[in-house]
Each structure stands twice: as structure tokens, then as C-alpha cells.
Design a protein around this ligand. Structure first.
Ligand code: C2E
Ligand code: MG
Ligand code: MG
Length: 753
């Protein structure tokens, strides 16, 4: 026992004495004996202190318990929150709450350590990575709205709120399902498809199942919303149309997003009636059909049917303007009248500039409203006796009569009216999402007495319009005979080009791309057309024609295949195997479906090294579907293909897209090189492009280098690659081969054995 005591540590002794002291003090306090004397006072103090301590301990325990409980509550809050929480590190899920696992339909254990990107559908991979990059580059929270694919394959719209974790490669993500919200937005889009409340209306999903009907629907058909929703419109079939009728109808809807016509349907009470039905497809911003909206009116009454038919036959339903048929009719009368009265008349063909882009980016309902607005403004700025008509698309026609007997005066009058029409379109159009500006190009042709055929007049106006568009936007051009010649020549060119491939009249020339010392590092493939018995045609002439006629697709494929074969040949010779070959790709070619496979096939079948192939793109390619462009580029880059941006500086160069594109090279357009070193503007632009290229870590090449002064200026600014007549003109492949052979390669000593 003794020994045991000895071994007590000083802490234990303190505890023991404290315990004793406490008991003593408590007793004294209880019995009131501690009231006097020093010891008593001290003891009192001590005991009070002791009791306070005790209470504090108790409080601590309680707090701890509360904390535990609240932690449990928070755990629950965290796990079962209405939103998913994720912690991502280096792209992999490190932590996830149950909601996140539930949202992605995967047990939490399997979710952890998986890459989040595998839940993101391909179309949204780019925005996701871009978001991550921004998050880490700027250290700022990012919010993304993406479509995700759950582990069970179903899709949903998600909002990802990303917050960086300071000083680490991880971030926190709040994941919420916003499908409902998107649905509400969709509803708004559906509502935007104009509909007349007096007409019966029904909305179906993409499969044709009825989602909504309006009051007029019930009035006409006799079916209540409860009876109709969930069924398909087959509910109303009268049996008077065969399957072919409905098939043709759906084909038209798929093709044009719209169909309208007469349909015999059956009411709930069995009565068969005739309705005028218009069906429109509603698409989401990605272009997928999400709904169909049908409106119809009962036209059993023949007078109504007749009126509808007349309207459809002679008026454009969207704008209410006369259609082509009515216009030709009026034009016929106007031409006859002008002959009788010896008065000039004019036909103005008006086309909205870049309307297609607007329509694609804003969506068709918005595009329709712009067209209807245009029609209103045109009519408002014309005299009562003039006719405005819509030919279709964004083409309008204005027919002016009684412009007087003098040709010049009539032309002047027509021009000033054309200007007035353009001015009428100038104020911005207000749509839900903001203001939009429209402008129009106008082609004009005059007519008087010479008994012209109306179709010819329309053709002449078309040629004039074509010229107006070619010269830029917001132009006005008159038809004249020389225009006809240009068009004829173009037709002949196209005709010849159509057979160029089959007749083996195309060749690829190669122009070296060199370093400062003139050593070839590669070449650009340039297309040549040698029509039999005729002089060579410049690609500057025939490429635009090939693009317009669509011939660029087979021609472009031939270029790619030929270039790859050449690359494969060069690959076999040590002197040429390091050469890069640049191939020009036209925007139409790049955007065609299957382009990626085409490039792959050209590489595979020739055996060329993909990393030696460089595609030259122009900025015109970037005006639409940038994310698709990036996708295609990434795919090709992943097999080693490089990219150069041709004619840089001449298009709508924007830093914003430049940063997003996986480019390797910028190519300074020759128009800037031309003015070096005399023109200070050209010098400044070239220098700026080089600096820009460097800051984006892109290689910069200058084309059209013709003098040493140009090369030296460019080199001084940091440009390292050149192409131009100073080094070599485009020529057959042998020319480059001999250039390459003239240089001793570092691996292979000149003294050959
Ligand atoms: P590009 O891609 O900008 O090609 C450069 C043009 O500059 C070529 O004209 C070339 O011969 C010319 N050039 C090169 N060095 C000099 C120089 O020092 N001074 C001057 N003044 N010109 C020089 P080319 O061969 O007439 O081709 C014209 C355009 O046709 C090309 O412009 C390209 O846009 C297009 N093109 C040529 N081949 C193809 C092709 O296979 N596919 C497509 N889509 N377009 C092609
Ligand atoms: Mg080029
Ligand atoms: Mg160029």
C-alpha cells in the first residue's frame, strides 16, 4: 500500500487534496460556519469557485451534447438537402452528399473518386471545362447550367455553383436539378408561338401526346381538357383521311416545322366537321423538337372555308402581305397599265441582311416577329397604290407604279423610296430579350411598255439584289445589262467546275513555309484548276463559286486526300519527313456532318502522320456554332492534327473566341504584309498580331512575304515563319523536295555513306 501511494503522481495528489478541500468547504458553506475568519473566507471563496467550475463543466457537457445533436442535424441537412453538395479535387469527386448521389443515380460509394465530367453530355463538356478553368484562373465562383446524364442514362438540366477552395486544386459544387425551371421557360417559348384565343389550340409533347388544350378546343370538339390530355390527336380522327395523308403532314412538319391545311375531324358527339388546322413545331435552343402546337378553326361553314382558302392562296399568313402569286398577278396588271399610260414602274426586291443568323440565334418565333415587324414598317412607308409583298423567307418585294414617263426621273424616285424603306427599318426592333437591328439590301429594276414578261422582271431584280448583297450590306443596286453578263459567266464557270474532278483537271500546288534562313519547315497546299485547252483558273475565282454551288464538298475532300497522300510520300524520305502540310478548309466543308471522319479517313488510307497535317481555317467559319467548331477542332487535335487561322485580321477577329479555340498558329494576312515597311498602319497591325500570337502562345506565320525588308521587319517583331514569293512561288511538290534536300539534316551528316 505504502509503495502504491508513493507512486501517486503530483496531479493525483492535487486532485485528492482539492477533493478534500471541496468537501470541507461545502460542509462549511452548508452549515454556515464559513462566514467568519480568514480560513473560512478563503474556503468560502474556494468552494464557490469550485461550484462554478462544476457548473461550467456541466454546461460544457450540455453544450457538447447539443453540439452533437446539432451536428447530427446538420449532417442530415447536408445529406438530405434539396441540393447536391460535392467536393471535387483534380476533377474527381472527393465528397458527395446523398442528394448528389441521388441526383446522379449512383450509390455514394461509387460516386466518390469518379470524374464529374462523365456525367456531362458531350455538348456541355466545353462549357464545364471552361467554367473550371475560369474558377481556378480567377479564383471566383462560377455558375454553370448544363445538361447532365445520370448513371441510369436519363438526362436532366442542372445548375452547378462552383466555389474554389483557397489554395488547393479542389472546389465545392452545389448541384441542383433545374429541369422544372427549364420546363417553365419552355412553356414561355410555347406561349410565344402566336395563337389566337378564338381558335382551338392544343399543345402536344414531341411524341404527340396532348399536354394542354384551350377553351375553344373544348367548344369545337366537345372534349374537356381532362378527356383530351394524355391522349393523342388521333382522338379526333374522322376516318376520312388515309395513313398517307397523315404521313405527308408529318413529313412536312419535320421538314418545315409547319403544316397547314383542311382536316376532317370528329366531335365527341360523333359529328364530323371540317377544320382549318395549322401545326407548328417548337424547338429548344439546341434545335430539338420539344412540342407541337396546333391551332384550328371550324370551317364547316363554307363561306369561312372559302375565305381561308383565298387568304392562303394569295396572302402570306405570317405578315398578312400579298404572297408571290398575288404579286405576280399585280405585276402583270401594273406592266400592262404602264404600257397603256406610258408610265415607268419599278420592282424593288428587298432582302434582310444577316437575317439567317438572327433567326438561328434568336429562335424562329422571334424571327417571325421580326419579319412581321418588317412587313408593318414597309407598308407604313408606302403609298396606298404601292404593293408590298413577301416572297418567302426574308425576301420582300415592293411594286411601285406611275413613276412618270422619264427613265432617269423614275429611277431617282425608285431609289429614294428604296432609301426610305431602308430608313424605316433603322430603328431597333424590340423583342422580349432586347433590341435588334435590321438592315436591308435592295435590288431594283424599272419597267415600262416594252412588254416584259413578269418573271423576267423578278429575275432582273434578283440579279440586282445579288449585286447589292455582294457589295456589302444596306446597299441599293439597279439592274443593268452588264450584270447579266457577270451572272452568265458565273453559270458557265460553275458548269465547268462541275466536271473538273471527273476530268482530272485539278492539281495541288505547294508553296514552302520557311524559317528566317529560308529553310522549308512545311508547305501550304494551294488548289489549281487547269480546264482543258483554257488558261488556268485562279482559286480566288473558282473557290467562291464552288462554295456557293456546294461543289466545295467533293473538291475539298479530293484536296484533303491528295494532300495526305503527298504527306505520306514525304514521310518516307528523311529530308522531307518533318515537313508540315497546311491545307485550306472552307467553312462549308468544316461544318458538314462527318467532317471529322473525312479527315481521319484521308489520314488512315494514306498512312500520313496526323501531326504533320495542319488545317487552315478562316474566321468566317467562326460566326456560327462556336461550340461545335471547338468540338470538331478538339476531336481532330486529339489525333494530332494542327490548326492555323488563315487571313487573320481581315475577318471579325475577336479575342474572346481566339482564346477559346485550340489553335496552333495565326497567319497574318498578306494584305497587311503588303504595306510593310512603308505603311505605318500595316506595320502596326502586323506587330500587334505577332504580339497577340505570342501572348496566346501561338506560332505566327506571315503570308505574301515578297521582300527582305518585309521579312526583316516581321522578324524584328518576333515572327518566325514566312511564306511568299521571296522564298518560292507555289509549285509542284518536287520543288519543295529539292529545297529540302539542299539542307543537310542534323541527324544525317552531309558525308553520306
Ligand atoms: P490563302 O489560303 O490565303 O493562300 C494564299 C494565297 O496567296 C495563295 O493564292 C498564294 O498563291 C498567294 N501568295 C503566296 N505568296 C504570295 C506572295 O508573295 N505575293 C502574293 N501576291 N501572293 C502570294 P492562291 O493560290 O491564288 O489561292 C487563293 C486563295 O484560294 C487561298 O488564299 C485560299 O483561300 C483559296 N484556296 C486555295 N486552295 C484552296 C483549297 O484547296 N481549298 C480551299 N477551301 N481554298 C483554297
Ligand atoms: Mg491559306
Ligand atoms: Mg491567306
Amino acid at each position: 500500500m505504502e509503495g502504491g501511494r508513493k507512486e501517486m503522481g503530483s496531479e493525483d495528489i492535487k486532485r485528492e487534496s482539492r477533493q478534500r478541500l471541496r468537501e470541507e468547504a461545502e460542509r462549511l458553506v452548508r452549515t454556515g460556519q464559513a462566514g467568519t475568519g480568514e480560513t473560512g473566507h478563503l474556503l468560502h471563496e474556494l468552494s464557490v469557485h469550485q461550484i462554478e467550475l462544476e457548473m461550467q463543466n456541466e454546461e460544457l457537457r450540455r453544450t457538447q451534447q447539443e453540439l452533437d445533436a446539432s451536428r447530427e442535424r446538420y449532417r442530415e441537412l447536408f445529406e438530405l438537402a434539396p441540393v447536391g453538395y460535392l467536393v471535387i479535387e483534380n476533377g474527381l469527386v472527393r465528397e458527395a452528399n446523398l442528394t448528389a448521389a441521388e441526383l446522379l443515380r449512383l450509390p455514394r460509394g461509387e460516386l466518390v473518386e469518379r470524374s464529374l465530367s462523365r456525367f456531362i453530355i458531350p455538348a456541355y463538356q466545353d462549357p464545364y471545362y471552361l467554367g473550371l478553368k475560369r474558377l481556378f484562373d480567377r479564383g471566383q465562383p462560377q455558375t454553370l447550367e448544363l445538361e447532365l446524364k445520370r448513371a441510369d442514362g436519363t438526362l436532366f438540366w442542372a445548375r452547378l455553383e462552383l466555389t474554389p477552395v483557397q489554395g488547393s486544386p479542389s472546389c465545392r459544387i452545389i448541384l441542383s436539378d433545374i429541369s422544372e425551371q427549364r420546363l417553365a421557360e419552355e412553356q414561355k417559348r410555347i406561349a410565344a408561338v402566336a395563337f389566337d384565343a378564338r381558335d382551338g389550340m392544343l399543345v402536344t409533347d414531341a411524341k404527340g401526346v396532348i399536354l394542354r388544350v384551350n377553351g375553344a378546343f373544348t367548344q369545337v370538339t366537345g372534349y374537356s381538357p381532362e378527356e383530351a390530355v394524355g391522349k393523342t390527336p388521333a382522338l379526333l380522327h374522322s376516318g376520312r383521311h388515309d395513313a398517307g395523308f397523315y404521313r405527308a403532314m408529318w413529313e412536312a412538319i419535320r421538314r418545315e416545322d409547319h403544316w397547314e391545311g383542311q382536316v376532317w375531324n370528329r366531335r365527341k358527339d360523333g359529328e364530323i366537321y371540317l377544320e382549318w388546322l395549322a401545326i407548328s413545331a417548337v424547338r429548344d435552343p439546341q434545335g430539338t423538337i420539344t412540342h407541337y402546337v396546333g391551332h384550328f378553326s371550324d370551317i364547316s361553314e363554307p363561306r369561312l372555308a372559302e375565305r381561308k382558302l383565298h387568304e392562303l392562296a394569295y396572302y402570306d399568313p405570317l405578315t398578312g402581305l400579298p404572297n408571290r402569286r398575288l404579286l405576280l398577278d399585280r405585276l402583270q396588271q401594273a406592266a400592262a397599265a404602264s404600257e397603256r399610260n406610258d408610265q415607268y414602274g419599278a420592282l424593288l426586291l428587298l432582302d434582310l441582311d444577316r437575317f439567317k443568323n438572327l433567326n438561328d440565334s434568336l429562335g424562329h418565333p422571334a424571327g417571325d416577329r421580326l419579319l412581321a415587324g418588317t412587313a408593318q414598317r414597309l407598308t407604313a412607308s408606302l403609298r396606298q397604290s404601292d404593293t408590298a409583298a413577301r416572297l418567302g423567307g426574308d425576301e420582300f418585294v415592293v411594286l411601285l407604279e406611275d413613276l412618270g414617263p422619264e427613265e432617269i426621273a423614275a429611277a431617282t424616285a425608285a431609289e429614294s423610296i428604296a432609301e426610305k424603306l431602308q430608313a424605316a427599318l433603322e430603328p431597333p426592333f424590340q423583342l422580349d430579350d432586347g433590341n435588334h437591328h435590321l438592315s436591308a439590301s435592295i435590288g431594283i429594276t424599272l419597267f415600262c411598255s416594252r412588254g416584259q414578261v413578269v418573271e423576267t422582271l423578278l429575275q432582273q431584280a434578283e440579279l440586282a439584289l445579288y449585286q447589292a448583297k455582294k457589295d456589302g450590306s444596306s446597299n441599293i443596286r439597279f439592274f443593268c445589262a452588264s450584270m447579266q453578263e457577270v451572272i452568265d459567266a458565273r453559270t458557265a464557270l460553275e458548269e465547268g467546275l462541275r466536271h473538273a474532278l471527273a476530268k482530272d483537271e485539278l492539281r495541288l500546288f505547294y508553296q514552302p513555309q520557311v524559317d528566317y534562313n529560308g529553310r522549308p519547315t512545311g508547305a501550304e497546299a494551294l488548289l489549281r484548276w487547269l480546264p482543258a485547252g483554257k488558261p488556268m483558273v485562279s482559286p480566288a475565282l473558282f473557290i467562291p463559286a464552288a462554295e456557293e454551288s456546294g461543289l466545295i464538298l467533293p473538291i475539298g475532300r479530293w484536296v484533303l486526300e491528295t494532300a495526305c497522300r503527298q504527306l505520306a510520300l514525304w514521310g518516307r524520305d528523311p529530308a522531307t519527313r518533318d515537313l508540315q502540310l497546311a491545307v485550306n478548309i472552307s467553312a462549308i466543308q468544316f461544318h458538314q456532318p462527318g467532317f471529322i471522319d473525312q479527315v481521319r479517313a484521308a489520314l488512315d488510307s494514306s498512312g500520313a502522320d496526323p501531326s504533320r497535317l495542319k488545317l487552315e481555317l478562316t474566321e468566317s467559319l467562326l460566326v456560327r456554332e462556336l461550340s461545335n467548331v471547338i468540338f470538331t477542332m478538339r476531336e481532330l487535335k486529339s489525333i494530332g492534327v494542327g490548326f492555323s487561322l488563315d487571313d487573320f485580321g481581315t475577318g471579325y477577329s475577336s479575342l474572346a473566341y481566339l482564346k477559346r479555340l485550340p489553335l496552333d498558329q495565326l497567319k497574318i494576312d498578306q494584305s497587311f504584309v503588303h504595306g510593310i515597311p512603308a505603311d505605318p498602319d500595316d506595320c502596326a497591325i502586323a506587330a500587334a498580331i505577332i504580339a497577340l500570337g505570342h501572348s496566346l502562345r501561338l506560332d505566327v506565320i506571315a503570308e505574301g512575304v515578297e521582300t527582305e525588308a518585309q521579312r526583316d521587319f516581321l522578324a524584328g517583331e518576333g515572327c518566325t515563319s514566312y511564306q511568299g514569293y521571296l522564298f518560292a512561288r507555289p509549285g509542284p511538290p518536287e520543288a519543295i523536295e529539292s529545297m529540302a534536300h539542299a539542307i543537310p539534316s542534323p541527324e544525317e551528316p552531309a558525308h553520306d555513306h
